[in-house]
Design a protein around this ligand. Structure first.
Ligand SMILES: [Zn+2]
Length: 255
């Protein structure tokens, strides 16, 4: 699913190393995923906060962030309504994976107070205190305030959620201090919900995202995901790929 779109803006706003002579404007989705496992429903990320819907951005995000990212989100794009469309309720969600703490991914974390929340321990920490060079409007304190008493499952690495190898939270840090992806074993083959470990195709070509905690770890994580793609034939579902959005990968069940 997508929590609306961001843009249009130059691709070089997000990926400054991208060649200037290939510059173009992009409008990007904000990927979120639902995994329906026999033992429980899993949600990966919750998009922009509900307040960002229908032009309400400046009531919740820093004004400059609204101007830069230009979020377009209707109320129907928000995770609770998306689940409703699929026949689920927020209270059906057994496990919530917080890929990372940025504003376009953890925006509605607070809706999931009854779920077990998986996140890298480092990311839980980073949501509450950012290294000075990372501090800024990409983290919205209000997304995280009041969640300390939630059912956190802090991770230091990978975790097999149901113990059968079918849904495995992966440590793909680098974009942020503790970014997570999810490996999913489907009947049709493996798929990795990569999230912001890979924003879009250009990152796979060696152009790093402009906002990274560690470029070195970022590329190590991308290399790890590429191995799973190349050796297992896994599809990599990226955090903000306009191509994957327009290709019909969104709003459909893959079994
Ligand atoms: Zn993002």
């Amino acid at each position: 699913m997508s929590s609306g779109t961001l843009g249009p803006f130059s691709i070089r706003v997000l990926i400054p190393s991208f060649p200037e002579d290939q510059d173009r404007d992009i409008t990007i989705p904000i990927m979120m995923a639902v995994i329906d496992h026999p033992k429980g429903l899993v949600v990966y990320d919750s998009g922009n906060n509900i307040a960002v819907s229908d032009g309400g951005c400046k009531s919740y995000w820093a004004e400059g962030m609204c101007d830069l990212l230009q979020p377009s989100q209707t109320r129907a794009d928000v995770i609770d309504m998306q689940l409703k469309k699929l026949g689920y309720k927020i209270s059906d969600v057994k496990a919530y994976v917080m890929s990372h703490a940025h504003l376009d991914h953890a925006g509605n974390l607070k809706m999931f107070e009854n779920a077990i929340i998986f996140a890298q321990q480092d990311e839980i920490y980073q949501a509450r205190w950012q290294a000075p060079f990372q501090a800024g409007p990409a983290f919205v304190d209000a997304d995280h305030a009041g969640t300390n008493a939630f059912n956190w499952a802090p991770l230091n690495g990978d975790y097999d959620v149901f113990g059968d190898g079918s849904v495995v939270v992966m440590d793909t840090r680098g974009h942020t201090l503790g970014t997570s992806s999810v490996y999913v074993k489907l009947k049709s083959g493996p798929l990795v919900v990569a999230g912001d470990a890979i924003w879009m195709e250009e990152n796979l070509e060696g152009y790093p995202a402009g906002l990274n905690f560690s470029v070195q770890q970022y590329f190590a994580s991308i290399d790890r995901l590429k191995l799973i793609r190349d050796l297992q034939g896994a599809e990599l579902v990226m955090g903000h790929s306009a191509n994957q959005y327009s290709s019909g990968l969104y709003n459909k069940w893959i079994r």
